[in-house]
Design a protein around this ligand. Structure first.
Ligand SMILES: Nc1ncnc2c1ncn2[C@@H]1O[C@H](COP(=O)(O)OP(=O)(O)O)[C@@H](O)[C@H]1O
Ligand code: SF4
Ligand SMILES: [Mg+2]
Length: 352
């Protein structure tokens, strides 16, 4: 896959954020039959970040680290145990059902599995009209005009050829274009895409990522792109947040994550990206060694410490690392960046 540099960001961080996620916790109850509550799956545990209008971010992490749980909370589909999600300064859960309904109109959602996301017995026209009907657009002609407009936007042309088709008559790439068309048809301010290309053939992944990027730029949309695949992030993200076992461990502009990763987990994730150049194929290795921890009883201290080659005994296995600022807009939750552990950092850098 050829990677291209992202367009420069148009974000001005002095503006109020469009979305503000504050100390968010999404925990699921773990019930054992006959024993009642047996604990919690701490899928998202104290996650905070801001997102501005027109900005695209990527959230990257291994399967099971809590990405979809974070996304479901952001979509207003699960209520967080703690913390807040502010959209244009308003707490999305504070205004009851009507408030949530209004909020969901402002957010588009691109699912991972396009076939599963599309109702099988509805035509493309009906699928795309549905969100407009729910938004109260009564004029049939106006609805059809908008449907044709978005089909053109997602490059399904001529649109008239697709209006009467059913999902099973479309290729995987075309199905995902319909999902994207449905997500943008109400002109949202925020688009959330959860692994939008992971179930598609490799040949169409790049096209779909480029399409999302183009839509994001043309509409000045805020986008949250969720993926387990670090090699796809630079298609349309300005900042990357690396997630591990329910926490964001590194937040930085894309170029810093790719050229100057600071957290040992991010470094390991980058080393795990296959080298496109065959001469460097030996660089592909099983990194990081070991398994992600249980989210029911996560390790004390830094959750990465059982897998971390640089863990500082007595600290990393006891105390949760705070975020340290290591560059402009670059935050890392790792004790190595505490002044007190400068020697450990130097040793870690010498050995990697
Ligand atoms: N509805 C649920 N009930 C209980 N546990 C869940 C539920 N949804 C997800 N989980 C658990 O939460 C953790 C994070 O899952 P998820 O958010 O889907 O991660 P990801 O999207 O990164 O793969 C996993 O351990 C998963 O088994
Ligand atoms: S805080 Fe400690 S265990 Fe965690 S990543 Fe940093 S050095 Fe490794
Ligand atoms: Mg997921």
């Amino acid at each position: 896959m050829t990677l291209t540099a992202p367009a420069p960001t148009t974000t001005t961080t002095s503006e109020a954020p469009l979305l503000s996620v504050q100390n968010l916790r999404v925990w699921y109850e773990l019930r054992k039959w006959g024993f009642g509550l047996a604990g919690y799956v701490r899928a998202v545990d104290d996650v905070s970040f801001d997102l501005h209008q027109g900005e695209a971010i990527a959230i990257v992490g291994e399967s099971g680290c809590g990405k979809s749980s974070l996304m479901r909370a952001i979509l207003g589909l699960v209520r967080p145990r703690e913390g807040k999600i502010l959209f244009q300064g308003q707490d999305i859960f504070a205004k009851g059902r009507a408030g949530l309904r209004w909020y969901r109109m402002q957010v588009g959602y691109v699912q991972q599995d396009p076939y599963g996301a599309l109702p099988p017995f509805m035509s493309v026209q009906r699928i795309l009209e549905e969100p407009l009907i729910l938004a109260g657009v009564k004029d049939r002609k106006a609805r059809l005009e908008r449907v044709i407009q978005v089909l053109e936007e997602v490059k399904m042309s001529p649109p008239e050829d697709f209006l009467n088709k059913f999902p099973h008559m479309l290729s995987g790439g075309q199905q995902q274009r319909v999902v994207i068309a449905r997500a943008i048809i109400r002109d949202p301010k925020l688009l959330v895409a959860d692994e939008p290309v992971s179930m598609l053939d490799a040949s169409v992944r790049v096209e779909i990522l480029k399409l999302l990027r183009q839509i994001q730029e043309e509409h000045n949309l805020a986008v949250i792109y969720i993926t387990h695949d670090l090699s796809t992030v630079r298609y349309f993200s300005e900042r990357i947040f690396v997630m591990y076992a329910g926490k964001l461990v590194e937040k930085a502009p894309v170029r810093d994550i790719l050229n100057n990763p600071k957290h040992p987990y991010t470094q390991a994730l980058l080393e795990a990206i296959p080298e496109p150049d065959a001469a460097n194929a030996h660089k592909l290795r099983e990194v990081p060694p070991g398994e992600p921890p249980s989210l029911v009883r996560p390790p004390l201290g830094c959750r990465f410490h059982p897998r971390c080659p640089f863990a500082i005994q007595g600290t990393c296995d006891q105390d949760v690392p705070p975020e340290f600022e290591v560059g402009t807009d670059h935050l890392v939750a790792c004790w190595l960046y505490d002044e007190r552990y400068r020697e450990h950092l130097e040793r870690a850098m010498a050995s990697s």
